[in-house]
Design a protein around this ligand. Structure first.
Ligand SMILES: [Zn+2]
Length: 217
């Protein structure tokens, strides 16, 4: 299955335990490699490979979340209907979102990643927006949020890399805090996921979909 680790504290969502109908609803989104592949999800649920990020309880299918569009650069927009799961222990429901996109973002993670890479190479948000055919404010928002999350991203990448190989040498400086953070995260994601995912999907999984999430308390 290879779902991303969902216990990385720097990127773990604040949980909102409001009551919705008969069950609790969480804003935690579980990233999975292919959230549309029902058989893959069922196997992960039955094996316990995908568990509740709140209490580690067993999850089971619980219908679907509202459909959403994912805008892609080279392909037509994709309409997804993310599955929802519910924890048998704490009753919280979670949404399974494909690693190709991020929660609350219209564009696929590869597009967002392309903008971040261009930025750490010195490009401003306006030329990036022109090249990607996106509103400047959208790109500016991505860059601001990524910059504000750089310390958490770098810490997460460092911890993950050390957990796999404590003797890894430090990376060469990338020229900016965000550049260093992305390089660290990319190196860790590559080691963790191998070549099974694209680099940005691997980072989406690694960060539990919170690459551009607001900072928690
Ligand atoms: Zn739970």
């Amino acid at each position: 299955m290879g779902e991303g680790p969902n216990t990385n504290r720097p990127f773990l969502a604040r949980e909102r335990h409001g009551t919705l109908s008969r069950c609790k609803e969480s804003n935690v989104v579980l990233m999975v490699q292919d959230a549309q592949a029902g058989a893959v999800i069922d196997a992960a649920l039955s094996s316990g490979a995908l568990c509740c990020p709140s209490c580690k309880g067993r999850l089971r299918r619980w219908g679907f979340a509202r459909g959403r569009l994912v805008r892609r650069r080279a392909l037509p927009a994709l309409r997804l209907r993310p599955p929802r799961v519910r924890c048998g222990s704490c009753g919280v429901t979670h949404v399974l979102l494909s690693a190709s996109c991020l929660p609350r973002r219209l564009d696929e993670v590869a597009t967002i990643g392309a903008a971040l890479l261009a930025h750490v190479r010195g490009e401003g948000h306006r030329p990036i927006a022109v090249r990607l055919e996106l509103p400047p404010d959208t790109v500016r928002g991505w860059l601001r949020r990524a910059r504000s999350n750089h310390a958490s991203l770098r810490l997460l990448g460092t911890l993950l890399a050390i957990s796999m190989d404590a003797s890894l040498p430090p990376l060469q400086p990338a020229g900016s805090p965000l550049g260093d953070a992305l390089a660290t995260a990319a190196a860790a994601a590559k080691r963790f996921f191998g070549g099974s995912r694209t680099p940005w999907e691997a980072i989406a999984l690694m960060t539990h979909g919170r690459l551009l999430a607001p900072a928690g308390p």
